[in-house]
Every structure is written in structure tokens, then in C-alpha cells.
Design a binder for this molecule. Structure first.
Ligand SMILES: Cc1ncc(COP(=O)(O)O)c(CN[C@@H](CS)C(=O)O)c1O
Length: 398
């Protein structure tokens, strides 16, 4: 049996989304910017996609959305655009973010640091969450932007975005959230959150890879990252991937309607809890960041005495796909940066395994995964030279 439990890395394209995309490869293939019928034929479905996108996040209208290639481009568009507008051409020189952002945020901020910008990286608390008051305390006269993720990709922890948005509004500071891991899992409302900018990626909510979006609040200036064309009103040059844009719009429609979010919060959450509870019955296991206030599909579990990479190998041999943390960091054997940010000891930081489910997982798959995981832990702990579990009188040893 094959069981895919790495949906925070990427998701399967929903077959219904794929159906919407098909016509734009060999039938309606014109360039949207061409004046002839071949180009104009793409417009109705592109407008429908923009409608789905802006309503899915409760933006004002379709002008508030630009189509990008992924969340990484969207994030760079915001951070570097604010740098140009507010720092290079303004009187600001400070950005507030967190220690547990995705590398797309951290690396963009590191680049700005190399250009002389001051960056504050806020730490998480013992529950792996940024506390809103630490944002308030870090804002200074010359703060240009606050950028805090909506949901952490490794732990699933949800951050107090609406509270932080209110703080930024009162302080008159621009506010961006990387919502890549929130859309399709929890309600996302850019107006309730007082966001000026937001980033997202279609392949996290059953849309195609290679397409994402940036929300830019109406009236907020943002110098484009890409120049050289009038697409998206000049906010993002380059011919749009029409099929992917249509796919992302429909995926947003399927993922953010009331019924879909209720399904995530019930069915997917129940399966995640079933898997998590079974693993937590094993001794010396714990959920990194705790089980409260998370996206319904994610769990990052430390299994003492089991190197995360070894566990992944065992699982893969049995047809199960998971990860030790974000896919973009999976090449190196470095300790999970998020666990390091929690102050985990270095041994613990290497024992994290991330399971991230989706609406396409079934109970049968989860029960099979539980059986494989429990057997893998037994095997790997028995092989470990450094792990010796001394069961308490009432516990059975492993
Ligand atoms: C919070 C967050 N922000 C940005 C990105 C980047 O998405 P792209 O579509 O690759 O540009 C991701 C993608 N995180 C994947 C791959 S590194 C993970 O395994 O966690 C993310 O989780």
C-alpha cells in the first residue's frame, strides 16, 4: 500500500482541478495579452480564477491579487519591494520577522541584512508560537515591515495573525504573512487580519506546482520584483501560465469553501489525531510544540533514539512518504531548525518526523501507517547503540 503523508511539502493536484486546466494546453492556448481570439479565449476562465482567488481570502477584488510562480517568489516580491519603497527610497531600515519562518523569508531577510538593513528575528515561546506582544515590543520608528507566517510548515502551529495585524495597524507598519501552510486548512481572511501583503502557493492546496500568488492590499504601493511587461497591471511582468492560474483558482475554490474547511477540521483532524495518538503510546515520544492551536493536518513528532532520516528510509521501504521537516531542508542532515528554535537538545532535534495529511488520506491508510511506524521504531531502537529504554514497572519495554 502507498500512503502519502507529506502534504506540507506538496499535494496531489485534485483531479477536478486537472480537468479545469486541460483545455489550456492544446485548445485555448493563446497568449492572454494577444488581441486576437486565441488570446481573448483565455480571459473568461482567467477572470473566474481571479474571482475564486480573491473571494477565497476575502480580498476586495481581483486587482488585489498578482499571479506568481510560487510562494517563494511572492515572499521575495513583498520583502524586496518594501525594501525598495520604504528603505532605499524611504526613511525606514528595520524589519521584524521570526526565527521559524520558511527559508524564503529568512534568506530574503539575510540578503537585506547584507545590504545594511536591521532585522529582528523573534523567538517562539515554549509552545512554538510567536507572542503578539513581542511583535509590539520590537516595532521601532524605522520599522518598515512585519512579516510573520500564518502557520508553521513543520509543526502546524498557528500564529496570532489577527492580533499582530491589529498591532501593525495601530503602529502604522506594513504587515505581511506567509500563508502558504494556512490556505485550505484554516479560514484565511486578509481584511480581518489587517494584512497589507500575503503570500501563497497552489501546490499546498491541491493545485499545480509552479504557480502562486501575492495579495497586495488596495492602495498599498509595492515596486515589482519582475519588470518587462504589462501583465497583472504591471505588478508582475511575464506571460502568465494560464493553465496553472486556472488550476490555482479552482483549487482555492475547492479548498476554502465552508464545507471543505469543515472537512479538514473534522475528517483530516481525526485521522491526524488517530496517527499521533498511536505514536504517542510509544515511550519517549512527544509532539514538538504541543498539540494545541495547530493546522488540522500536521504533526511533528520526536521519537527519542530514532534518527529521523532512518525512520524515513524504513517508511519509504513500506510505501509511506513523510519528512523530517521542510522538504527544502531535507537534503542536509542538519538538525531541524524549528526544533532548534524551541531549544531542543541537538539529539532531540535530529529525531523529528513530520506527518502532514490531506483530504485524500483514508483511515485504512492511517491504520497501515501506524502498524509500519510502530514496527520501524522497535527495529531502529533495537539497532541503536545509544538508546536504552528502561521501562518503568508499569510499562512494557521497546
Ligand atoms: C510556510 C512556507 N512558505 C513558503 C514555502 C515555499 O513554497 P514554494 O511553493 O516552494 O515556493 C513553503 C514550502 N514548504 C515546503 C517545501 S520547503 C515544506 O516541505 O515545508 C512553506 O511551507
Amino acid at each position: 500500500m502507498e500512503v502519502y503523508l507529506d502534504n506540507n511539502a506538496t499535494t496531489m493536484v485534485d483531479p477536478l482541478v486537472f480537468e479545469q486546466m486541460k483545455p489550456f494546453f492544446c485548445e485555448t492556448y493563446g497568449n492572454p495579452n494577444s488581441l486576437h481570439r486565441f488570446g481573448a479565449g483565455t480571459h473568461p476562465k482567467m477572470m473566474e480564477a481571479l474571482d475564486y482567488l480573491y473571494t477565497g481570502i476575502n480580498a476586495d477584488d481581483e486587482d488585489d491579487i498578482i499571479i506568481t510562480s510560487n510562494a517563494t517568489e511572492s515572499i521575495n516580491t513583498v520583502i524586496k519591494g518594501v525594501w525598495v519603497d520604504e528603505i532605499l527610497n524611504g526613511d525606514k531600515n528595520h524589519i521584524v520577522t521570526s526565527e521559524v519562518e520558511h527559508p524564503a523569508v529568512t534568506a530574503a531577510c539575510r540578503f537585506l541584512e547584507s545590504q545594511g538593513v536591521s532585522i529582528t528575528y523573534l523567538p517562539v515561546n515554549e509552545n512554538g508560537v510567536i507572542e503578539a506582544n513581542t511583535v509590539r515590543d520590537s516595532i521601532k520608528e524605522d520599522t518598515a515591515l512585519v512579516s510573520i507566517m500564518w502557520a508553521n510548515n513543520e509543526t502546524g502551529k498557528l500564529f496570532p495573525i489577527e492580533e499582530i495585524g491589529q498591532i501593525c495597524k495601530e503602529a502604522n507598519v506594513l504587515f505581511h504573512s506567509d500563508a502558504t501552510q494556512a490556505i485550505g486548512k484554516v479560514p484565511v481572511d486578509v481584511q480581518k487580519a489587517n494584512l497589507d501583503f500575503m503570500s501563497f502557493s497552489a501546490h499546498k492546496f491541491h493545485g499545480p506546482k509552479g504557480v502562486g500568488g501575492t495579495y497586495i492590499k488596495k492602495g498599498v504601493k509595492l515596486t515589482p520584483l519582475l519588470h518587462g511587461g504589462e501583465q497583472m497591471g504591471g505588478k508582475r511582468a511575464g506571460t502568465v501560465d494560464v493553465a496553472s492560474m486556472v488550476g490555482m483558482g479552482y483549487a482555492m475554490h475547492l479548498a476554502t469553501n465552508e464545507m471543505a474547511l469543515a472537512y479538514e477540521d473534522n475528517h483530516v483532524r481525526k485521522l491526524r489525531d488517530r496517527l499521533e495518538s498511536a505514536i504517542l503510546e510509544l515511550p519517549e515520544t512527544l509532539v514538538i510544540g504541543g498539540t494545541e492551536n495547530r493546522t488540522p493536518n500536521t504533526t511533528l513528532i520526536s521519537i527519542r533514539g530514532v534518527e529521523g532520516e532512518s525512520m524515513l528510509w524504513d517508511l519509504n521501504q513500506k510505501g509511506i512518504g513523510a519528512s523530517t521537516g521542510s522538504a527544502c531542508a531535507s537534503e542536509d542532515l542538519e538538525a531541524n531548525p524549528v526544533m532548534n528554535a524551541f531549544g531542543s537538545d541537538s539529539e532531540l532535534a535530529h529525531t523529528g518526523v513530520r506527518f502532514s495529511l490531506s483530504r485524500f488520506n483514508t483511515q485504512e491508510q492511517i491504520d497501515y501507517a501506524i502498524e509500519v511506524i510502530v514496527n520501524a521504531v522497535k527495529r531502529l531502537r533495537n539497532l541503536s547503540s545509544s538508546y536504552a529504554y528502561a521501562p518503568k514497572s508499569h510499562e512494557s519495554g521497546l
